[in-house]
Design a binder for this molecule. Structure first.
Ligand code: GLU
Length: 465
């Protein structure tokens, strides 16, 4: 059975890049009927980790992920790590190192002056003498000094590291006996039965170290998939300046989880030139071995495009539920269908859609200047007045088409083109030239409010004349 994990360090929110890693891990486990577990890597952090975990779970809930089993907190596993430290010490695979901070600094300085790689020199590796007093030792693991370490990566292929270039007897426990990152990750992945480690390629250089731990403890290696980073359009690692990094911000901005998942799966993975993927299709088609070898580019327009696509394809019931957090309560509104049909193809996000609906429902408080000039050329105000009179005497006005008939009757009678009524009416109803269809707006706000808005703009023109 395939078991994958998502192993974030607690930050208080779920990062958009983290969500992509989680998505890839999740898809790979679930498509194979496997398990996807959540581990909070909180050995180094003293802040409230449960809150941080909760933030991740909340984001998972929003996008529809469920992790299997309980959340594992590394901070609660200290006795396990201690046991393995003791075991390695007993077996002579790890040792206490008494090098003081000053000594280490001196060593570094000399190595730098000699243009050598800075590294621990193995002074205490085979030490049998009397340890210096007053120095709390760290624990170092004996690592190969020469030879190749080959990471057989499912995305990058075989990545060859020279032991002498990257390994030294790295510290597995600090002088206060707190275990270090590469040590605990390897232990946890092994003990939690992780078969496939899917993570960012910023961790690739850690993998040889973790392999040393696997080897020393006799654990069998998982498969590794190191996913290339997400870059901005300048080829730099994605940062807050490029847009929201917190996943829940995307919810607030009005992106649907389906669009976000679709967006993320395409950041680094593709299937022919298909762009739209439902969760079911992702589960069917995804394989980590198809992930690109190079970084992917974060493109916010693409997310907007996808989101608009998903909004367009939502049912009006789904949309009206999704709009409730934006103070748009349509579920029992008698014009719900017309409102949503009027806006659903015009907004990139739920937030934009909510704004648009509010705009429709509120009488404009200001009018676009250029639009006024364009809309009220010639006898446009006369035409608008004639339309208002006709509307006033028309009885059955319900559907957009009912209002449309009145517009048509007006232009026929006045012998003018459609623009002569469309443009001033649009200014009256909406305050600017762009926006949803006039027939729909009138059907939504009704006859009285339509007349009210026309009267207001005519009054304004009279005053300014
Ligand atoms: N905790 C690490 C991070 O948040 C990830 C470790 C891993 O996936 O192996 O970057």
């Amino acid at each position: 059975m395939i078991v994958t994990r998502f192993a974030p360090s607690p930050t208080g929110y779920l990062h958009i890049g983290g969500l992509r890693t989680a998505l890839f891990s999740y898809l790979w486990a679930k498509k194979n009927g496997g398990k996807f577990v959540l581990r909070i890597e909180d050995t180094d952090v003293s802040r409230n980790n449960e809150e941080a975990a909760l933030a991740i779970v909340k984001a998972f809930e929003w996008v529809g992920f469920k992790h299997d089993g309980e959340i594992t907190y590394q901070s609660s596993r200290m006795p396990i790590y201690k046991k393995y430290i003791d075991q390695l010490l007993d077996e002579g695979k790890a040792y206490k190192c008494y090098m003081s901070r000053e000594e280490l600094d001196d060593l570094r300085a000399t190595q730098m002056a000699n243009k050598e790689r800075t590294r621990y020199d193995g002074k205490y590796r085979n030490f049998t003498g009397t340890p210096p007093v007053g120095v709390e030792p760290v624990i170092r693991i004996k690592s190969p000094e020469t030879g190749e370490i080959i990471v057989d990566d499912g995305i990058k292929g075989q990545v060859v590291f020279q032991a002498e270039d990257i390994l030294d007897d790295f510290v597995i426990a600090r002088s206060d006996m707190s275990p270090t990152y590469n040590f605990v990750v390897a232990i946890d992945d092994a003990l939690m039965g992780i078969t496939d480690v899917v993570r960012g390629d910023d961790h690739l250089a850690n993998t040889p170290k973790q392999m040393v731990v696997y080897e020393a403890l006799g654990f069998s290696l998982p498969k590794f998939f190191h996913v290339p980073m997400i870059h901005n359009s300048n080829g730099k690692k994605l940062s807050k300046r490029d847009g929201a990094t917190d996943v829940m911000m995307y919810k607030e901005m009005g992106y649907t989880p389906e669009a976000l998942m679709n967006f993320l799966v395409r950041l680094g993975w593709s299937h022919g030139d298909q762009e739209i993927f439902s969760m079911d299709e992702m589960l069917e088609l995804f394989s980590p071995s198809d992930i690109n070898k190079s970084a992917s580019i974060y493109n916010p327009e693409k997310l907007d495009w996808l989101n608009a696509h998903y909004l367009k394809n939502m049912s009006n019931d789904e949309l009206s539920n999704a709009l409730e957090p934006y103070d748009i309560l349509l579920s029992s509104h008698d014009k719900k269908e017309i409102v949503l049909d009027a806006v659903k193809e015009r907004a990139k996000t739920l937030q934009e859609m909510a704004e648009l609906i509010k705009e429709i429902l509120t009488c404009p408080s200001e009018y676009d200047e250029k639009g006024m000039k364009k809309g009220f050329k010639g006898n446009a105000d006369e035409v608008l007045k004639a339309f208002a009179e006709k509307l006033n005497t028309t009885q059955e006005l319900h559907l957009p088409s009912d209002y449309h008939h009145v517009m048509e009757a007006t232009i026929t009678e006045m012998e003018v083109g459609f623009g002569k009524i469309g443009q001033p009416l649009r200014m009256a109803l909406f305050g600017r030239m762009s926006g949803p269809g006039l027939d729909e707006i009138m059907a939504i706000i009704g006859k009285d409010e339509t007349l009210n808005r026309i009267e207001r703009i005519l009054e304004k023109i009279r005053q300014e004349a």
